[in-house]
Design a binder for this molecule. Structure first.
Ligand code: PLP
Length: 457
């Protein structure tokens, strides 16, 4: 059997659960060499922590190219990709229309630090097809978009405190790198070294799906809460699907208390539909943030609101926010080409239907085998949870031990040519480029892998 070769490749042999039905491991020699080199240059060998494969087996794969729903690593292994660069690639990799528009734009120069017509073009595409924003500002990342939205909410309301929810990720700005303490309403504690305690103290962290906690927070801090921020659908700590009624409650409690409701749609924007989670729930947030898909794979973020709220942004208003590369023409071009495809009739219907079939078929398989396993999903997003719970709405509902099972699943899937993000807390994405053929192949690999996961002692 190939058990020895399997053992050789993995760095953490001691906790590598071998099973004689496991497939031989893919070769990672070149990725491993690149990783060793990268460790000389970057903390942990990476430029964003989750890429370091700390929660799964083996060294990180270095990706060489992507085409459609496939990616190929430095060792020549090809995978069906369900990470999609963590969400942006809703059309798949190197979509011809995106490549064409980017190539034609890039030959004209890459950045001017002055306005270009491309910014107008992307803005018009968005604003004329979105009920929730009248004016917008482009940034270069989701983090920047959300950080600026928080500043805007504070400047607009002249209040300092914000409410965020446990399990929601909003990028790595200081106010938002905060985790809950114990108790119903807690002052946040920093969840990163380097965030001053007084900053974190302006962020209240509440559990999701808990109306009482919200009521108590507003009672405890009357006229002090600038905004409540929530992910359109919380999708960074598993997929924590909230009830429409709870979202409606959020809207009402913000309105009653003169606080702004911010929907962070960095994942859900242009993913659940062109107008994201706001349209899905039929709720109008006061400020919306986008990222990921809006740049079609290049760095773009955006925040937007009514013209009245946006009039507080500099140079019209007193809330300062800027960016050397904001509205970068090449990034705008990628966004324009991507969003134009998304607006084509039937795009979301096809994408969401095929994802729903994919999810349902995996769930049927797991149920038939009596596995403690649930596939949660919405639109073209899915999340595998090793649980029997019918619903998971709070971060605290997720059993940390269940991630051991994900680790095995991840290994088995890589060995069968299926690429998932390297953490069981991350969701997967289906793109327009996944056809029935790839989804069938992926299902077969998932079935085999689940059998192995549930055979492990
Ligand atoms: C909901 C949400 N908000 C904000 C961000 C931060 O975006 P970026 O990584 O582009 O800075 C992310 C990133 O994953 C996200 O998922």
């Amino acid at each position: 059997m190939m058990l020895n070769s399997i053992k050789k490749i993995f760095t953490s042999e001691e906790d590598y659960p071998l099973n004689d039905k496991s497939k031989a491991d893919i070769s990672r020699d070149k990725s491993a060499q690149l990783y060793e080199k990268a460790k000389r240059f970057f903390p942990g060998g990476v430029n964003s922590p989750v890429r370091a494969f700390k929660s799964v087996y083996g060294t990180p794969l270095f990706i060489e190219k992507g085409e459609g729903c496939y990616i190929t690593d430095a060792d020549g292994n090809t995978f069906i990709d369900f990470c999609g660069s963590w969400g942006p690639l809703i059309l798949g990799h190197a979509h011809p229309k995106v490549i064409e528009k980017v190539s034609e734009t890039i030959t004209q120069g890459m950045s001017f630090g002055a306005p270009t017509a491309l910014e107008n073009e992307l803005a018009e595409l968005i604003i004329s097809n979105n009920r929730f924003v009248e004016k917008i500002r482009f940034t270069s990342s989701g983090t920047e978009a959300v950080m600026s939205a928080i500043r805007l909410a504070r400047g607009y309301t002249k209040r300092d405190k914000i409410i965020k929810f446990e399990g929601c990720y909003h990028g790595h700005s200081d106010s938002l790198l905060v985790k809950a303490g114990s108790g119903l309403v807690t002052f946040g504690e920093t969840s990163s070294a380097g965030v001053p305690t007084p900053f974190a103290a302006e962020t209240l962290v509440l559990p999701l799906d808990d109306k009482e906690a919200l009521e108590q927070a507003f009672e405890q801090f009357p006229d002090q809460i600038a905004a409540v921020i929530i992910e359109g659908v919380p999708a960074n700590n598993g997929l924590l699907l909230q009830s429409p009624e709870y979202i409606e409650f959020l809207r009402q409690i913000c309105t009653t208390n003169g606080s702004l409701l911010i929907f962070d749609e960095v994942i859900t924007g242009f993913r659940l539909g062109f107008e994201g989670a706001a349209a899905h729930y039929g709720i109008t947030p006061d400020i919306v943030t986008y990222g990921k898909i809006i740049g079609g794979g290049l760095p773009v973020g955006m925040y937007g609101a009514s013209a009245e709220i946006m009039s507080h942004i500099s140079p019209d208003g007193g809330v300062y926010q800027a960016g050397t590369l904001s509205g970068n023409p090449v990034a705008m071009a990628a966004g324009i080409a991507t969003l134009t495809e998304l607006l084509k009739s039937g795009f979301y219907k096809d994408l969401n239907n095929k994802t729903e079939e994919f999810r349902a078929s995996i769930q049927r398989f797991a149920d038939a085998r009596n596995y403690k396993f649930k596939v949660f999903g919405i639109g073209s997003i899915f999340w595998f949870a090793f649980t029997q719970q019918e619903a998971i709405t709070k971060a605290s509902d997720i059993a940390h031990e269940s991630m051991e099972k994900f680790k095995i699943l991840h290994r088995e899937l890589l060995n069968r040519g299926i690429y998932f993000g390297p953490s069981g807390y991350e969701v997967g994405f289906v793109s327009g480029a996944h056809t029935k053929v790839e989804l069938e192949k992926a299902k077969r690999a998932i079935f085999e892998s689940l059998d192995l996961v549930f055979q492990q002692k």
